[in-house]
Design a protein around this ligand. Sequence first.
Ligand code: HEM
Length: 477
Amino acid sequence: MAQPERVADTSVEQEKPRGSTPGLISRVRRSIWREPWPQDDRGRKRLILNDLILHLHAPTVPKRALQLTYSYGLGLLAVLLFAVLGFTGMLLVFVYTPTTDQAYASVLELRSQVWIGALVRNMHHWSGNLLLIASVLHLLRVFYTAAFHPPREFNWLLGLSLLLLVALSNFTGYLMPWDQLAYWATTISTSMLSYIPVVGESIREFFIGGPEVGEFTLRTFFAFHIAVLPPLMLIITSYHLWRVRKDSFSLPRALDEPPPNRRKLERVTTVPHLVNLEIGFGLLALVLLIAWSTWVDAPLENAANPAHPPNPAKAAWYFMGFQELLLHFHPAFVTVAIPGLAALGLLLLPYLDPDPRPEQDVVGIWFRSRRGRRLAALNLVLGVVVTAGWVVLDEYWLDLPALLPFLPTAVSNGFIPVGAMVGVLAVYYWWLRRRGITRSERNLALFTLLFMAFVTLTVVGVFFRGENMALVLPWNR
Ligand code: HEM
């Protein structure tokens, strides 16, 4: 196994003879870097870099871990975006004022009066959105390469909690500009809470601090946005990265290739091989983000007006899948049953998915197997087509509450359609099993189907809903 590069002994500062006292600069330096101080420039750079980087990474990594078409750098991108959000957010609080009569004006001031204020705001806005997208893509990468199988089950759970925090950070940040978009998106999203049976209204009022979104809501969301969620994310991200190191990074494998013997793998030193890749990728991402933020402004509508709701009033794009579901099912199922089942499935997945037989180890193989690839493609299409077809059917022809007027809507528009769907999925799963498809491949099929269904609902909600939330073509909106 190749050893980490070490600083050449000949170039290090020699110990001072006994009796002589080191100078102040030398003492400060030694208090930071305990190792002897190299005399040559290259050695000094290497010492400083190694000291920092080798706390994050192992000194050497398997060469095949550097394959960019495996991780696509998505975890790294998420880390970078989180750092950008922290930095730009820190600058924004110097100008932004979290009160209902000042917030909008302070954002306007930021855009037009403050040097590079618009760029900083744009970067903050786009990084937040991009972080959500990068986290979901990273989750998909981890899922489709089975990288959440043992020993990485717990890191999957940490990842899920990070995803929740990222969504909450975006959600609380959305209100900050206090424009029409922010006010009504938050009103719509928080009103979904009131559909939770029995306790819903109290939960909603607890979060927004009154009957409607107002001063208290803005102040509470601001506090969560800057003082609660970022430190939590920082702690969990650090833990997540530490676990990546402790659990070892999963390695890419070709179809039908047996699991690699880690002891026999070719290794390369982290510095410079991995670090160069990370720096290159990070710089490219940063340049693209700055270019995008220079040309594309973060949205800002007129100041919030609680008396004039827009038509249609929509939630933020990442909640539109739920808002779309509300048009089809009883609210209790949309706010409790469906997200509850989805969350439970995701939480249990790493404990239920892996097959204990060693010959069934699929970690590192994209889509598990040849058959897994076909199943993923088939269910991707199925998820889009069935969901889109069902949205149209439900919009124009199917009206269960009218067909079954003698039943409460919770039954006619909740238990019956949701129960029927769960039943169909269970039969599909059982049918796949009878055809000899492994558990992990069956889960992959179901996950793909449901994920694509949610993506389709989101796309319909964002692009195909016009006035009064009626279905329209995007170019006719
Ligand atoms: C803010 C959000 C997140 C950040 C900053 C983050 C960061 C990272 C980084 C840097 C890596 C190593 C490199 C890579 O795989 O690209 C990693 C690996 C991993 N992440 Fe995340 N992650 C986040 C969200 C998630 C989510 C949502 C999940 C899944 C639910 C997840 C599960 C995992 C797992 C299981 C690994 C190990 C992968 C392997 O060994 O192949 N992470 N993460």
